[in-house]
Structures are given as C-alpha cells and as structure tokens.
Ligand binder design. Structure first.
Ligand code: DP6
Length: 402
C-alpha cells in the first residue's frame, strides 16, 4: 500500500459458497474455539446459484471497524466476528515478522469496513452464516496479505463455515488438540470428481423461525444420550464409509448414508430435552416422496438431507432430475405468484407415468414448496478481480445497490 493517497484504501472483494453437510456436525466440545464432538462431511454448492460476496476495505482514515450485511449496518462487536478479525490480524503480524517485512506495519492498526451480500434471499432460510464467515475470513486474509490454512479461523466464526473454505467434497476433521489447531477442513475431492451429481434445494414455505443451531446443539449436548452415542460410535465409521462412497462415486451408498445421517441428526433433536423439531409436515412428506420414488424403481435414485430447518436438499444424478422435479411438482403444485418455480440450472420437461404417480400416491399439498434451486457441487472461495464489483465506494461506504 502506498502512502501518497489520502484515503490510502486497500480494497478486496471475494465470494464464498454455501455447503450442505451429508454427515452432520451437531455439538461442540469447546464453545469458544468452536470445536466439534464429531467430524463431518459436506458438499460445497455452486456459487452460480448460492454465494456470499464480501468487500473489505482498509484505510488509515477509518475511525472504527464497521460492517454492513445485506444493506444494513450490523454490530461488529459480536464475539465471533471479533475472533475472526483478531486471528487474521495476529497472523498478519506473525507473517510480517517472519516472511514479509515489507508489509506496511501501519496497516495492521488500520480499521476495516466490511460489506457483505448474499445472492439468495435470507428469508429462504438457507444457511448463510457458513458462506458469510468463510467469505469474511477469505477476504480479510487477502487484505492483510495472509496465506495458508484459514479454515481454523473460519471455524471460529461458525463451525460449518470451515467447510466452505474448499470446493467439492470437504471433511471437517474433529481434531484432538485442546487448542483446536488440528480441527480443520480438508478437501476430499474437488467438484470435478463427480460432475453428474446434482443438488435440488426445495425451499419449504415456513411459518416460523426454528431454534438456531448454536443454542439447539448446546441443549442436545447437555441432554441427549443418543447424540453422545452418535458422536462416539456411529459417525467415525460413517465418515470412512462416506469418503469411500464419494471416491467410488457410488451414488446409492452415498445417498443412503446421507439420508440415514440426516434422520439420525433429527432423531438426536427429538432426543434433546425439551425436544427440538426442525422438520415440518412438508419435510416429512418430502421424505415419503423420496422413499416411494426410490422403491418404485427398486434402487436409490434420490437422497434427502435436512439441516436446522424444514428445507430439503435432494441429491441425484443428472439423468433423473427432470422426472423427480415432475414428481415434486405433482405432489406440491405451486402457483408461485408468477415467479419461477425452478431456479438455477435448467431442468428439461418430461412426462410422468401413471404408474409412478400411483406409486407416489400422496394427496397434493399446494403452495407448500416456494421454489426449487437446481444446482451442483462447486468451487471454494474466489477473488473477484473486476474492481467495478466492489460493494464499497472510494470512501469505503456501501454503494447504493448494496
Ligand atoms: C445442522 O455451523 O450453524 O447445519 O458452529 O454454532 O455456528 P455454529 O453452528 P452451525 O451449525 C450447523 C449445523 C447443521 C449441520 C452441519 O452443517 O454440519
């Protein structure tokens, strides 16, 4: 950075993806460092459909650190945000001493302005904190010239955010150390490994906001014996099997493990005292549709997973998407008020046989699915090179559209 510009602003914009766990993280052994009680594994979703974009500006003229999220200024004193800022500044200081003595030392004391937006509605109830913290940490690292392992910092923003630091199929290894240095995300295979795999996000119309994951998992750790058993006995074996299924591109095994793990996660929520309900009647009907569809064909062609809310994420191979979408539209007909029911990757029209309709055999539930996002696995965080895409203006204030 040069000294001659009065504002002396460094500005970087990056994007980061959403991820969906197929082996769920639920429960912490250390709340401050966000260390999990079990490993987990996720698929990074493509940023063409779901992404966070973040611009970070640094300037000696800024009086305080400030943050704008989806157009509103937010309180930057949140402890998890502060952990991420503190850790990046600490690494930058270390790096300046060891590797890059030319790095402008003064910049370490400069304040930052952060502006972040999602390309999907927050109201859709899709996990945005993972993409949000991954993007924040990735962008801050660029601004402060920090390189290398960053997932341990993203993890301190939100556990699941560490998995959004990589593309494709990603595991978060629980680690053994008390300081969390070995509780890291690692790419299992890149997104190019399994190009036929497709992901449908079924956005379910929800009437109330569910209990957040952070407090939900706290109560589960305190009260659920099933969660303890899951973390100690079930997940370690399931992780090995899942990694093998991904390597082999064994869809039916992958989908079955995914469904079983989602079901067990929701069973631990029910085993929590008082119990937590994330699935609603639409989610339950989606579970039935998937099982009836699979049994019609006598093979596992679709697999569902649900996080801490009623939305379903369905995995399938590309060739089966058009028919499955017809099945969904048959059971959940939508007027959708003129909006598009299927967003994202285009889905061909197809014919639904009477036999399949009969085997599905459920009474239609109109307007209970708002829309479907059709997507696939995608890459990890990226730098946006085009300066016109910055979300902050030359003064470091949010541009009008942000
Ligand atoms: C059900 O990562 O949101 O989506 O670490 O407290 O921020 P904190 O929780 P968070 O929990 C995600 C839970 C989940 C499962 C998963 O993504 O593995």
């Amino acid at each position: 950075m040069s000294d001659d510009n009065s504002l002396q602003t460094g500005m970087v914009t990056c994007t980061a993806p959403v991820n969906i766990a197929v082996i769920k993280y639920w429960g912490k052994r250390n709340e401050d460092l966000i260390l999990p009680i079990n490993s987990s594994l996720s698929v990074t979703l493509h940023q063409d459909q779901l992404k966070t974009t973040t611009t970070v500006a640094i300037s000696r003229s800024f009086e305080e650190d400030r943050l704008w999220l989806n157009g509103n200024e937010e309180d930057i004193s949140h402890p998890r945000l502060q952990s991420c800022l503190r850790e990046i500044r600490r690494l930058a200081r270390k790096r300046r001493n060891n590797v890059n003595p030319d790095f402008d030392a003064a910049a370490l004391s400069h304040k930052v302005h952060i502006c972040s937006i999602n390309n999907f509605p927050t109201a859709a109830g899709l996990a945005s904190s993972a993409a949000g913290y991954a993007c924040l940490v990735y962008t801050l690292a660029r601004v402060f010239g920090v390189e290398g392992e960053l997932s341990a910092i993203a993890r301190q923003g939100s556990g699941s955010a560490c998995r959004s630091m990589y593309g494709g199929f990603v595991q978060w290894v629980l680690g053994e150390q008390d300081n969390g240095k070995d509780s890291l995300a690692q790419q299992v295979v890149p997104e190019s490994h399994w190009p036929e795999l497709r992901v449908l996000v079924l956005v379910v119309s929800a009437d109330r906001k569910p209990i957040g994951s952070t407090s939900g998992m706290q109560t589960s750790v305190k009260t659920s014996l099933l969660l303890k058993h899951r973390a100690q006995t079930i997940v370690p074996k399931r992780m090995t099997e899942m990694i093998e299924a991904v390597h082999q591109k064994d869809f039916s095994h992958f989908a079955e493990l995914t469904m079983k793990d989602s079901n067990q996660f929701h069973a631990t929520c029910l085993d929590t005292y008082p119990p937590i309900f994330y699935l609603n009647s639409v989610s339950q009907q989606i579970v039935n549709v998937v099982h009836r569809y699979n049994s019609h064909y006598g093979e596992t062609r679709a697999g569902y997973t649900f996080d801490a809310g009623p939305n379903a994420v369905i995995f399938m191979l590309e060739q089966h998407v058009p028919e499955f979408v017809q099945v969904v539209q048959h059971v959940f007909p939508s007027e959708n008020n003129g909006g598009k029911f299927i967003k994202g990757l285009p889905v061909d029209d197809t014919f639904l046989s009477e036999e399949l309709k009969q085997d599905i055999g459920l009474n239609p539930m109109p307007n209970r699915i708002s829309y479907i996002i059709s997507t696939k696995a995608g890459p990890g965080p990226c730098v946006v090179e085009d300066p016109s895409q910055h979300l902050l203006d030359f003064d470091g204030m949010p541009k009008k559209a942000c």
